[in-house]
Design a protein around this ligand. Structure first.
Ligand SMILES: *[C@@H]1O[C@H](CO)[C@@H](O)[C@H](O)[C@H]1NC(C)=O
Ligand SMILES: *[C@@H]1O[C@H](CO)[C@@H](O)[C@H](O)[C@H]1NC(C)=O
Length: 197
């Protein structure tokens, strides 16, 4: 009996689509990783972010301008990219099931079926140049359209999200011999998740 109830409870909670609001914790959005790959640098060390403007109006976040790569990774490198969502629970960051990974960011960033595109790269306007040089060639300018982030997650199916979360974003370059370069980029976006309905 208890078992049947548990199974039902799991089915009910996991088919209930929920909408969430994300409230960023830092005005800058990105902060250095607390536990990044050895020798990794924060976003503003790999990309000159001085021409990026971030405005918040109500719950919407507007991002405009451009950033310039100072990272200096050869365009023949493969960039392994990962977004790992973690939840703050009783004083420590715990992993969740929410992760996005690609072993070759440059080959998927403008693929319309990929989350990388839907959530992020669709807002870059100079795609031809980026396709050719990807994001690691020193001096490459990445131009943002006036990009409005609606910090909402709609119709999420699965266990209820609630509380303080962070997304850890890592870029790790590998050379032509598949050897990892000591040039990783790691940054975090932290915030709170609130249920809307
Ligand atoms: C980048 O932004 C700055 C400041 O808005 C602007 O002066 C510059 O022309 C932009 N560069 C490109 C390549 O769009
Ligand atoms: C970007 O667009 C929003 C409205 O969508 C507007 O309020 C904001 O002023 C725009 N920012 C720039 C720099 O054009």
């Amino acid at each position: 009996m208890i078992r049947v109830f548990l199974i039902l409870a799991v089915i009910v909670t996991s088919t209930w689509a929920t909408d969430y609001l994300l409230l960023p914790e830092d005005a800058d959005l990105y902060v250095p990783c607390t536990d990044g790959p050895p020798g990794s640098v924060n976003l503003p060390e790999a990309f000159d972010m001085r021409n990026i403007k971030i405005d918040q109006d109500g719950e919407d976040i507007h991002l405009t301008g451009n950033c310039t790569s100072v990272w200096s990774v050869p365009p023949t490198d493969r960039i392994d990219a990962r977004i790992t969502v973690m939840r703050f629970d009783r004083g420590t960051w715990q992993p969740t099931v929410l992760n996005i990974h690609t072993s070759n960011l440059c080959s998927v960033m403008f693929d319309k079926n990929q989350y990388w595109y839907k959530f992020w790269f669709k807002s870059f306007s100079n795609r031809e140049e980026m396709r050719e040089k990807c994001i690691g060639t020193k001096g490459t300018v990445l131009t943002y359209n006036n990009f409005t982030v609606k910090p909402r997650l709609n119709n999420v199916i699965g266990p209820t999200l609630h509380g303080r979360y962070k997304a850890v974003i890592t870029f790790e370059p590998f050379d032509e011999n598949n050897i990892k370069r000591p040039l990783s980029v790691c940054f975090e976006v932290r915030g709170y998740i609130e249920k809307i309905k």
